[in-house]
Write a protein that binds this ligand. Structure first.
Ligand code: GLY
Length: 437
């Protein structure tokens, strides 16, 4: 066990980073003396905020040195793909998150698909397309709905599921020739559609050992009934009811071959591995469901983090520091307790254009205490000139309820939601519906 009292810097400023900050605050790595810093952070965080670009490795290094930071935790993927972790590690500062080569698992869909193929990790059959003729050939092999993915980072806007070949070709043209996503769409993956149930599993890892967090599911569509446009995520819950033994299947078929593949490829992966999975029904004559990888991410998910971290029975700070220092085996394995459900409160119009700067009512800490087992995590908020907290983004808050059962967690979350308001607020009323079937 590590008995140093250290200062921590979290990169990022959304609900995920607020949830990480909340869990780290309770960590024994702080003791009485540790300081929590965030860059850029948000007004909900009880931390010192630094207005720097978290992708600027030199700025992150400067803040880390100025404040004697003993652990840097990356929230979003962009600083990882930009190699901030490499710069911090070579300067001797423990960093939770992979370096640029490991971040390619998220930074390039083509890299990730080839990696999975090379290392025997189950995933949908795919083609890499660089021209419209490549796309035509890849589409001709498949039936609708078609799955088209931009190769590069696209802030959640890079996956398309058109129902007709004509629509699919128009999307390919928009990406390859009209460059609607810039260079991120200059190469594409077209893959088989998988019909199953989605599941997210996070593993904290130092590349050898791992610690699993509760399996979660997010709801990406904007409106109830999984209708409307795709968003970054309108809510999430954990744990997800999964077939008996399925987590063991995930470990055996996905996590262990992925870690072995990273090692074989000479990639020192320390941080969290986000496994975006599909639970596929058993084949005819079989009894066991299958797992297939939809995507890897190299950071925690948002809003899944907000529901998964409150359930982790261990000390997040201890696990993160140990993973960053390559000694996760020293951290005791522990479970995940209870249930959590999170509802995202979004600006009217999101994920399309929306107005900002509306004052938010109902954030008083006393309300968190009055409705037990609830937390409010800030995503798109800021303080205005008079010090009020106002809306500043599409996803504004994630309201989380925890409880001994799914129903208790859900009821608490929605009770807390009803105490919050801002102009044009919208949210889904059916988060967790798939658990109730
Ligand atoms: N909630 C999906 C993601 O974080 O990528």
């Amino acid at each position: 066990m590590n008995d140093k009292k250290i200062n921590v810097l979290i990169l990022g400023g959304g609900g995920r980073e607020h949830a990480i900050a909340r869990s780290l605050r309770a960590s024994e790595i702080f003791g009485a003396a540790g300081e929590l810093h965030c860059a850029p952070g948000n007004p909900g965080m009880e931390a010192t905020l630094h207005a720097i670009d978290p992708c600027d490795a030199e700025a992150v290094l400067r803040i880390s040195r100025e404040h004697a930071i003993g652990l840097v935790v990356a929230g979003p993927e962009a600083p990882l793909v930009a190699g901030v972790g490499n710069r911090l590690r070579e300067s001797g500062i423990p960093f939770f998150g992979p370096g640029a080569s490991g971040a390619m698992l998220e930074g390039s869909k083509i890299f990730a698909k080839n990696f999975m193929q090379r290392h025997g990790v189950p995933t949908a059959l795919f083609d890499v397309c660089e021209t419209l003729d490549d796309c035509r050939a890849a589409l001709a092999k498949r039936k609708p709905p078609y799955v088209i993915k931009a190769d590069g980072l696209a802030a959640g806007k890079g996956v398309f599921l058109p129902d007709t070949e004509a629509e699919a070709l128009a999307i390919c043209d928009d990406l390859l020739n009209k460059k609607i996503l810039g260079e991120a769409g200059s190469r594409l993956v077209i893959e088989d559609f998988m019909r199953g149930r989605e599941l997210t599993v996070f593993a904290i890892t130092d590349g050898t050992s791992y610690r699993l967090l509760a399996p979660s599911r997010d709801h990406k569509r904007a409106y109830d009934g999984d209708k409307g446009p795709n968003t970054g995520g309108m809510g999430a819950y954990a744990p997800v009811r999964i077939p008996d033994g399925f987590l063991d299947t995930v470990v055996r078929c996905v996590l262990e071959p992925t870690l072995a593949g990273l090692k074989k490829d000479g990639i020192d992966y320390r941080g969290v591995l986000y496994m975006g999975l599909m639970i596929l029904p058993p084949d005819e004559g079989e009894t066991e469901p299958y797992v297939s990888v939809v995507e890897y991410n190299v950071r925690f998910g948002d809003p899944e983090t907000q529901v998964v971290l409150p359930l982790y029975a261990g000390d997040l700070g201890v696990a993160m520091l140990a993973a960053a220092e390559g000694r996760l085996r020293e951290v005791p394995k522990c479970g995940n307790d209870g249930h959590a459900l999170g509802v995202v409160l979004a600006s009217g119009g999101y994920p399309g254009p929306f107005e900002k700067n509306f004052p938010i009512e109902g954030l008083d800490k006393e309300l968190d205490a009055k409705i037990p087992g609830t937390s409010v995590f800030h995503s798109g908020t800021k303080r205005d000139a008079s010090g009020r907290i106002v809306t500043a983004g599409g996803r504004v808050l994630t309201v989380v309820g925890t409880g001994a059962t799914f129903n208790e967690a859900r009821d608490r979350a929605y009770e807390r939601v009803r105490a919050i308001s801002f102009e044009h607020m919208h949210y889904r009323n059916d988060i967790g519906w798939s658990e109730e079937e």
